[in-house]
Design a protein around this ligand. Structure first.
Ligand SMILES: CC(C)(COP(=O)(O)OP(=O)(O)OC[C@H]1O[C@@H](n2cnc3c(N)ncnc32)[C@H](O)[C@@H]1OP(=O)(O)O)[C@@H](O)C(=O)NCCC(=O)NCCS
Length: 374
């Protein structure tokens, strides 16, 4: 079919852009599964390494394979001096996502096999980026505080090492498990805007890094992953649970969109938010300061009553990351460093069954104008 159909679907809502066997979403239930396993079971029982293996290979790894896979990832965490130099050279006034985007682009420029788009080499790149993006993000967090980056510790799990590179302290089991679960909940989410951006770049048979850079550019936006920073800023501005209702009412009266609310696919609730709500509450209670959780639930309740709009994944993830000690302006970087798992799976799938992604536009501009005729 070469002629375009007449109907324009605003925001491509509900449009099926590809076939995929990675994540299943039914927004009406709501249901989310990775490779056929329910997200709640996954979040409560698996580790980030297990989920990464599952998403990439479509099967659960037996113990010996998991050990080898985890060690392989751990051995890839260190980044070169040139990458740290790039991070040092970043202006402190810039958005940390610009730093991550630039560092990943630099990794691509330095990879002698960047143009090799074979499945084997693309899987190698997926492992490198999954292992190294946390090292970059933790280094960014430290550099902006005037601290030197910390080298990764390969004896620690992915999540424990991430916290360690950020704080310099080996985290306790509860912190590790909480952060691990958060990373899992962000690891994959079907053809969201950033994943679709990655697939579009792969569709041209461009290289893996170029596609990931596109994904980082897309997830940075405040309607997508960038909302998580905005959520925490909103909670800080609300300040106390008692002010939450009035804050929501005023925003709605001004027809402002509130970060962390609404979703294109989930209209009846975001299953990831269900997990994160419990995690945010537990962390608040354990820290002796559950203010952010109480602000969040008060604003959520008001939003539900007033507009029936649900809290999405970013809403309760923001206080979780805040309690874990991540600086507010790198929250989006953290979720990008987890979503690399899903981006990679979709990119491998796209390379394997590729056809150029090239939609049409319904032309609504002038036609038939003559130059010189005014
Ligand atoms: C996620 C988002 C972009 C989805 O957009 P969408 O599918 O195009 O949804 P729509 O903009 O069509 O929203 C439908 C209705 O809900 C309202 N709405 C949606 N999200 C809202 C929000 N966060 N705050 C207030 N109202 C919201 C819209 O104003 C619209 O109301 P109307 O029908 O009275 O005009 C949107 O909900 C949003 O901007 N949320 C805030 C950013 C965010 O948290 N993003 C992270 C997503 S995981």
């Amino acid at each position: 079919m070469s002629e375009a159909t007449e109907q324009v679907i605003s925001g491509l809502e509900g449009v099926l852009a590809c076939e995929s066997s990675i994540a299943y979403i039914d927004g009406s239930i709501p249901e989310l599964s990775f490779r056929g396993y329910d997200i709640h079971d996954i979040a409560q029982t698996l580790t980030f390494e297990q989920v990464t293996f599952l998403i990439w290979h479509d099967r659960m790894p037996p113990a010996d394979e998991l050990r080898a896979f985890s060690a392989d990832l751990a051995g890839r965490r260190a980044v070169s001096r040139q990458i740290l130099d790039v991070l040092h050279a970043m202006p402190t006034t810039g958005h940390p996502m610009a730093g991550l985007r630039t560092a990943v682009s630099m990794l691509g420029a330095m990879d002698a096999h960047a143009e090799d788009i074979s499945p084997e080499d693309n899987l190698r790149k997926a492992k490198d980026l999954t292992a190294q993006m946390p090292t970059i993000v933790a280094a960014q967090a430290r550099l902006q505080r005037g601290q030197e980056p910390i080298a990764p510790d390969p004896s620690l799990s992915h999540a424990a090492n991430y916290c360690y590179m950020l704080t310099g302290k080996r985290p306790d089991d509860t912190t590790t498990r909480t952060f691990d679960t958060m990373l899992i909940l962000y690891a994959e989410h079907e053809t969201n805007a950033s994943t679709f951006a990655c697939r579009v770049v792969v569709g041209t048979e461009s290289d893996f890094y170029s596609a990931v850079v596109a994904g980082i550019g897309a997830i940075k936006g405040p309607l997508h992953g960038g909302a998580i920073d905005e959520v925490m800023r909103m909670f800080l501005e609300i300040e106390t649970p008692e002010r939450a209702t009035a804050f929501v009412d005023q925003a709605l009266a001004e027809r402002r969109k509130l970060p962390g609310f609404g979703h294109r696919v989930y209209r009846a609730g975001d299953p990831r938010a269900t997990q994160l709500r419990t995690m945010a509450e537990k962390l608040g209670v354990a820290s002796g300061d559950d203010r952010w959780f109480r602000i969040a639930t008060a604003a959520e309740q008001r939003m539900r009553e007033a507009k029936g709009i649900i809290a999405n994944v970013d809403y309760f993830a923001a206080p979780v990351l805040y309690h874990l000690g991540f600086p507010l302006n790198i929250f989006t970087n953290v979720i990008a460093s987890s979503r690399i798992v899903g981006w990679s799976a979709h990119m491998l799938e796209q390379y394997a069954h590729n056809r150029l992604i090239r939609p049409r536009a319904r032309y609504v501009g002038h036609r038939g104008r003559k130059l010189g005729a005014n």
